[in-house]
Design a protein around this ligand. Structure first.
Ligand SMILES: C[S@@+](CC[C@H](N)C(=O)[O-])C[C@H]1O[C@@H](n2cnc3c(N)ncnc32)[C@H](O)[C@@H]1O
Ligand SMILES: Nc1nc2[nH]cc(C(=O)O)c2c(=O)[nH]1
Ligand code: SF4
Ligand SMILES: [Mg+2]
Length: 218
């Protein structure tokens, strides 16, 4: 694990939820725009047992626990253990993933968890990024999977629209979120949000802000 912190969920279908974030180390991709490069090397993390994480969660009593990274599904066994423990204590859990690894199967504790998949083969393909097809099936059948695509231009949103159509992803399960750069001013951030929100609306997609950036939260 790299870090655990409390904040508002800033992105996706649970935006605004008081959350505890658990960020795991290691990633199978190296996106050039990644805003958490400090989490990509598996050596960036320290081993932690799930009981210790559950104690931090119990102290905060959040309405949501967000498991992220890095790529959290690289540690599937540990994440399954954590999901089992937290679900047993009544917590709602949501995982952030790039979607390269398979979706959970019925019977895995992770199957009950909400997943927000942010594919990296569109709008601009990152090397090695390929969406595992099981996420598309899961988004149609489980009610627990959403997609969150990054975009900063009309070309990007059009590429997302073609991709969603081609893969058969349910449109109501899709969020488009601003692709931000480090060091953007509040005015630039707001301008980007306005443009991407307009594009999302015009193309029939949900919009996700990056609320934490707008509010100066973590
Ligand atoms: C750091 S990633 C960790 C989870 C997983 N590796 C993934 O990419 O979905 C968490 C979220 O941040 C998003 N993200 C990373 N860099 C970003 C950037 N520069 N602008 C907007 N979103 C970004 C990712 O798309 C993902 O939705
Ligand atoms: N506030 C806040 N919300 C987030 N939603 C997803 C995040 C992530 O890095 O996975 C994130 C994050 O880093 N901070
Ligand atoms: S997949 Fe996620 S964590 Fe990995 S490099 Fe890309 S944005 Fe960063
Ligand atoms: Mg983040």
């Amino acid at each position: 694990m790299v870090e655990v912190f409390a904040s508002l969920q800033g992105e996706g279908p649970f935006t605004g939820s008081r959350s505890v974030f658990i960020r795991l180390a290691g990633c199978d991709l190296r996106c050039p725009f990644c805003d958490t490069v400090y989490s990509l090397d598996p050596r960036a993390g320290r081993p932690v047992d799930v009981e210790e994480l559950a104690r931090v969660v119990e102290e905060e009593r959040p309405s949501l626990v967000v498991v992220t990274g890095g790529e959290p599904l690289l540690q599937r066994r540990g994440v399954n253990e954590l999901a089992r423990l937290l679900a047993g204590r009544g917590y709602r859990v949501q995982l952030e993933t790039n979607g390269t690894l398979p979706a959970p199967e019925p019977g895995e504790p992770l199957y009950q968890v909400y997943h927000v998949v942010s594919p990296k083969d569109v709008p601009v393909a990152v090397e090695g990024a390929r969406l595992h097809p099981s996420w598309v099936e899961a988004s149609r059948s489980t009610g627990r999977v959403w997609f969150k695509f990054l975009a900063s231009s009309e070309e990007h949103v059009e590429a997302v629209a073609r991709y969603v159509e081609e893969k058969g992803i349910p449109w109501e399960r899709v969020y488009v979120m601003p692709l931000t750069r480090e060091g953007m001013s509040p005015e630039e951030l707001l301008g980007l949000h306005r443009r991407v929100a307009r594009l999302a609306l015009d193309h029939g997609f949900n919009f996700s802000p990056r609320l934490h950036l707008l509010l100066g939260l973590r």
